[in-house]
Design a protein around this ligand. Structure first.
Ligand code: A2R
Length: 312
């Protein structure tokens, strides 16, 4: 039986990835979390791991000897990366390098999927949209720069040490249980709080004109597993819907799901220092190489995310 290791499994994507593997693959699963985090899943081995401690990663990999490694651990918030660039650089660059180094020391070559971001493309020109994997990277924020660096380090380790590494550039993924520092979860939580009388009937928003490419997290983890099975070593793959949607449109969809009269107010604290106007993925490569296709539409994800917050 193949063994999958998920590093950073206590986050938003991790729990969906565990569920997807348990339902669809005959793999045993080992996951890691930070000591303060909790993972409540059955039939998996759960270990503590901080990727800033190289010795811990060496020890874990030597003991577990996984066939597949999904590297999800990260400081994943753009907003937080502006507030704490040093920590973001440490975790996303130095931490990822520690993971690559530990894998390099093994006496066999596991398959590795390094999770990056559509944000790496940054300032995409109109003629470059939808953006493909060979596009120039012009990261527009600290988080994006660290993920671009992770991608480059992964490509270097693949070439220099013949390691079996693929990288993903995941565009905005959304769904129930996402932290409210991300836009869709933030809007849904605010609407649920308004409906429950915990917030005045006023929703505070940032830049509504930005266009982003949203995919349900369950479709995203399906793509990650397909890449493990069918992806080409050394390649980078976009994972997104292929369609950019204005944040204003997302907000309207969420407001339409509510019967409350809600006023929209721009909150300067939610405006980021540099915002990239449009990010849209060209997803032909992953569709061609793995047969992946999106199954869950935006309306369904929004409805389920709002319901999730209504029940919190
Ligand atoms: O920051 P926390 O306390 O939420 O913990 C996150 C964890 N993490 C770490 N794990 C090991 N060693 C560290 N030094 C370290 N620092 C942070 O990685 C969290 O539990 C997990 C990442 O999960 P999320 O932040 O929820 O990200 P999500 O949405 O699951 O995205 C997965 C990947 C990330 O690489 C994103 O940058 C990319 O997909 O979009």
């Amino acid at each position: 039986m193949k063994k999958a290791l998920i590093i950073g499994a206590a986050g938003f994507v991790g729990s969906y990835l565990i569920d997807h593997i348990q339902k669809n693959c005959i793999w045993s699963i080992v996951v890691t979390k930070l000591p303060h985090e909790k993972i409540e899943k059955e039939n998996i081995e759960i270990c503590d791991l901080n990727i800033l401690n190289p010795g811990e990663i060496d020890e874990l990999l030597e003991r577990v000897r996984p066939d597949y490694i999904f590297h999800l651990a990260a400081q994943s918030s753009v907003a937080l990366s502006w507030k704490n660039p040093g920590m973001t650089v440490d975790i996303n660059i130095k931490g990822s390098l520690n993971v690559l180094d530990a894998i390099k020391k093994l006496d066999y070559k596991p398959r590795v999927l390094m999770i990056g971001s559509g944000e790496e493309y940054g300032h995409i020109r109109p003629e470059e949209t939808p953006v493909n994997e060979d596009n120039v990277l012009r990261p527009g924020n600290i988080y994006a720069a660290t993920k671009a660096c992770q991608n480059m380090l992964s490509a270097i380790y693949h070439k220099a040490y013949q390691m079996d590494i693929m990288s993903v550039r995941a565009f905005n993924h959304i769904g129930p249980n996402q932290a409210p520092m991300f836009v869709v979860a933030d809007f849904c939580k605010q609407v649920a709080d308004i409906e429950n009388g915990r917030q005045d009937p006023e929703i505070r928003v940032g830049n509504l004109k930005a266009k982003r490419d949203f995919t349900d997290v369950r479709d995203v983890v399906k793509a990650y597993v397909l890449l493990m099975e069918k992806g080409i070593s050394g390649e980078t793959y976009n994972v997104g819907s292929g369609h950019a949607v204005e944040i204003r449109e997302i907000l309207d969809m969420i407001l339409n799901c509510s019967e409350k009269e809600i006023q929209v107010t721009v909150d300067p604290a939610k405006l980021r220092p540099v915002d990239v106007p449009i990010i849209e993925a060209d997803i032909r490569k992953i569709c061609r190489d793995t047969g992946w296709e999106r199954e869950i539409g935006l309306e369904q994800t929004i409805r389920e995310t709002l319901d999730y917050w209504r029940h919190q």
